[in-house]
Design a protein around this ligand. Sequence first.
Ligand SMILES: C[S@@+](CC[C@H](N)C(=O)[O-])C[C@H]1O[C@@H](n2cnc3c(N)ncnc32)[C@H](O)[C@@H]1O
Length: 290
Amino acid sequence: MTYKGFGQPLGQVLADAAARLAAAGVPTPMVDAELLAAHVLGVSRGRLTMLQLMGESFGAEHGPEFERLIAARVTRLPLQHLTGIAHFRYLDLAVGPGVFVPRPETETVVQLALDFAAPLQRPLMVDLGTGSGAIAGSLAHENTTARVYAVELSDDAYPYSRKNLEPLGVTLVHGDMREAFGELNGSCDVVVSNPPYIPANAVPREPEAREHDPHMALYGGGADGMIMPRAAEATAARLLRPGGFFVMEHAEVQAAQMRKMFQESGAWENITTNLDLTGRDRSTSAIRRG
Ligand SMILES: C[S@@+](CC[C@H](N)C(=O)[O-])C[C@H]1O[C@@H](n2cnc3c(N)ncnc32)[C@H](O)[C@@H]1O
């Protein structure tokens, strides 16, 4: 690849890059080209659009770095690993190899937890399997009175959890959700989890997830992927006070299994399947029985 295209109008450089990403099967080629260009130029995406409308050129000095990133994205390295940042609700989270890239559907799960906690005084909130800290960080950022705790088991993910959550005042534990926070048993107001839940044979189609999200973050264990969701449910039942709220993300096809699991445990009432913004059954919530 030569860099002769740089120094040409920004719109042309972006169109060429987007065409290469489209040919590689990247689902949102122009968005990705724009985000990578904005990253290289050190401007926001809005500012990039403005520069494009003004007919600005893509500075030749930025060419090699932009080319490196586009070539990497063509191999389906996740966009967020290339920029080092994942946007989630109001947060810009540090991410990279070894940590799960947070997804938009989880933003809806966070909203359910925030809504429940809104009328409470200094609510005690826990995130099980925090990864980048997307859930715990958002709870702490958006409910400034909340006392937020989070746990992460993976040695590779934990440094990202710490980097993202320390500035937000979240109490973070490096360990297994099944044993974590014994000191909080029966006293929490809200427990949230986006545990690993994918069944063993449901390997993700998109290479970004299949090859770059950690296996410990994806696969729930067992043929039905339910071992870790069961562990999260049992941990939430242990931690919550009577009347406390638990919400857990899952795959659309697992909604009935989740309801059954909540019913059979005997710990829950008001068991509800919740939709994400695209209308899919993507989380189950319930209230801890007294
Ligand atoms: C699907 S990812 C979710 C990460 C983050 N909460 C989010 O929504 O983006 C599941 C996370 O749970 C962690 N995990 C898996 N098993 C765990 C366990 N037994 N205890 C604590 N964390 C665990 C994984 O390492 C991963 O970071």
